[in-house]
Design a binder for this molecule. Structure first.
Ligand SMILES: [Fe+2]
Length: 210
């Protein structure tokens, strides 16, 4: 079990004592105001299969009387993205900061760099605006775009085959982030300023390491 504990009392554990780990992504669900347009985009443009649907006038888990159509789109590994359309829902409230619309996104993995370039061309052919390819710390290569509902999507291919196995480094970064923030707060300083300083130092260190 990985664990980081410092004098500050910060304790971060890396595995469940119960030994339970979810097996795969079953679905992540979002709201749409137009299921037909969503079906067209996810099937024709993104090549996913409309795999399942649920119609109901009551939310089964809560009993809320919200009529809905729930649709699921399957990708190659069997996981799905899902949508709910419910009549009369007003538009979503605008985020309080533009960063929310950038940070919150859904990333789907593709098979190769060559395929990522084909995706890029295919999306442009379909009138979709695309950002990238962007190389993230030589871990993954990604392109970004939005679905017709305004959700930010990413198509990505790992460049580093063990990109999602860098656990020790991740714990070090979590520790660095948490400690820096806490120290700045305790000293009455500006956490953003302190964090930017350590981010820049870490970037310089990475550059030096090549
Ligand atoms: Fe991402």
């Amino acid at each position: 079990m990985k664990s980081i504990e410092r004098e500050s009392g910060l304790k971060l554990s890396g595995s469940s004592p119960a030994g339970l780990v979810p097996k795969m992504l079953n679905h992540a669900a979002y709201v749409t105001h137009d299921t037909a347009v969503t079906v067209d985009f996810y099937t024709r443009v993104l090549g996913m299969e409309l795999a399942c649907s649920v119609l109901d006038d009551v939310i089964p888990s809560t009993g809320d009387p919200f009529p809905f159509l729930h649709t699921f789109f399957r990708i190659a590994d069997g996981s799905t993205l899902a949508f709910f359309e419910s009549p009369g829902l007003p538009p979503r409230a605008q985020p309080t900061h533009p960063a929310y619309s950038i940070f919150e996104h859904i990333a789907l993995e593709v098979s190769s760099v060559e395929e990522l370039h084909r995706w890029h061309a295919w999306l442009l052919e379909n009138g979709v605006s695309v950002i990238g390819p962007t190389n993230h710390d030589r871990l993954i290569l990604s392109i970004y775009f939005h679905d017709p509902n305004g959700y930010r999507l990413e198509l990505t291919v790992p460049i580093d085959p063990s990109w999602n196995m860098h656990t020790d480094q991740a714990y070090q970064n979590v520790q660095l982030w948490t400690q820096t923030k806490r120290s700045a707060q305790e000293a009455g300083g500006d956490p953003t300023e302190a964090l930017v300083k350590v981010i820049k130092a870490a970037r310089e260190q990475r550059a030096k390491a090549g």
